[in-house]
Ligand binder design. Sequence first.
Ligand SMILES: [Zn+2]
Length: 180
Amino acid sequence: MPSPVGHALAGAAIAFSVKPLLDSRARPTFRVALISSMLLAALPDADLLYQPIHRAVTHSIGSTLLVTIVATAVTGWVTGRGSLGFGLFCGLAWGSHAALDWLGADPTPPRGIKVLWPFAEGWFISDLDIFRGTERRQLFTWPSIVYNLMAVAQEVAILAPITGALALLRRPAKKTGSAG
Ligand SMILES: [Zn+2]
């Protein structure tokens, strides 16, 4: 399954995709949205701190709904107005994590993620192995370091062109003419 680098790149791609919808004085600035999206996309793997729950609740539709609700409520509280749009954006960034993990390789049983929790308990994976996954056991041994660097390089090769193209597409239009 992808490293935090791959997940953060996907989060950035989502932020650039929805940038026109986020550009408004009433909502957080795009820089805040971009950083939030990259963090939210990588954050579900914080469950690695407690292995027995890894790839379960934080990788599910249940936690995605919860993040959407909490983000909507917090944004409404901070800005003084409802912002379901920003809440949905945060949910999308969080949910992208499960999507990328589902597309990745996972040799360790139970393979996959509990994506349908709390509606179903099973583990799901696409078997497409688009991302080779990372080695997280003996993290600081040379074989693991080399393997993980190759995994990150592959993620960057796949995702950076997509994120880069979206960033170019969404770059601010050049101002024409001069005022006064
Ligand atoms: Zn994960």
